[in-house]
Design a protein around this ligand. Sequence first.
Ligand SMILES: Cc1ncc(COP(=O)(O)O)c(C=O)c1O
Length: 416
Amino acid sequence: MISSECLRSFSQIVAKAKEQGYYPYFHSLSASFGPEVEIDSKRVIMAGSNDYLGLSNDPRVIAAATDALHNYGTGPGGSRFLNGNSILHDQLEERLAALTGKRKAIVHTTGFMTNLGIIGSILEAKDVILCDHDNHASIISGCDASPARMIVYRHNDPSDVSKQLEIITASKPDARILIITDGVFSMSGNIAKLQDLVDIKEKYPQSMIYVDDAHGIGVIGKRGRGTADYFGVTKKINFIMGTFSKALASIGGFVASDDEDLMLHLKHYSRTLIFSAALPASSTAAVLAALDIIEKEPERIRRLHENATYMRENYRKIGIGIEKGTIPILPIPIGNDTTAYNFASELFRNGVFAMPAVHPAVPRGCAIIRSACMATHEKHHMDRIIEILDSLIKKYHIRKSDLSDNQQNTANDQCP
Ligand SMILES: Cc1ncc(COP(=O)(O)O)c(C=O)c1O
């Protein structure tokens, strides 16, 4: 039990932050119009959303969710295993298997629950998980739920994976080894070096690769098929996991694989699938509609990439340390946590909503503003964001030239 002293001191920290106007969390939106949202009766530009394609507000997605509400009601009435499964779940699993180029897919109620239930059920106690240092918290919870031992490798460093595999196979020749990585890392926007990981895996037949592609599905690869497709290594990846809470405009998650026997096992043993309520029909139908639109309108992904390119180029022009590229996650390196809180508050007061990310989401001392762009941002939105950022990064002395190497590295591969 957390001591009452600890609880008191935490309450005091939060109260002080609120009093001084820099508490950044739990803003209450009263409406969302996609690239703009309403908070405290004020319309601000949304510059941190994972709704990358802007499909959450698409009338066709809303109509599909509304129809499903009328057909199935608001709640699922149970877990998929028992009475909560619907034709929509079955259809969605088929669509996701086709999208990711895998034989089978299993839908869960959130992405977090997918990682928790699936990673927790794949391995035995004699096995090992090799986990990227910067993997998402839900992967860590999945590793904690697994009887296998977890070993963390240096972020996006295939040579460290190779070294660890050599050590593990020498001491545990019978162990299965699951290498887990985000496809696109949620805070930095770095793309995992999947081709290198696949090359290494080929040398160790007892190893498998699990890619959490929460930020890759709908964003990269042919027609948004994700990071494995982007590298052309789909067949070599054992598990592709994704969420519906980002580009797919809903909520929920899935895992896809070619191993039909294992998938059948997981469908009966993933605790978060068996013992938790099914994804509601409205959310399921929304994903199906979003997939239809992505298929029919590839220009949306093109627009997202154009916007990301524009934002990255302009961030660089005003002195923000960010790589060129087309990934819509746009981290602004800040460094110190308090500066990040103050910076986010001042952004908000100037009509731009983007959240700070501090430890443990990023390494200590490497706080960022986790900004992101959407396909539905218009040029005037982006120019306004850039204009405000330009004045604030000068005021807070966080241009690339102002920051230490460590802080700058948050935006690239080498952050410790
Ligand atoms: C990489 C990654 N995996 C998993 C999740 C969890 O997904 P969900 O929000 O659907 O629970 C997230 C969410 O932020 C994520 O960024």
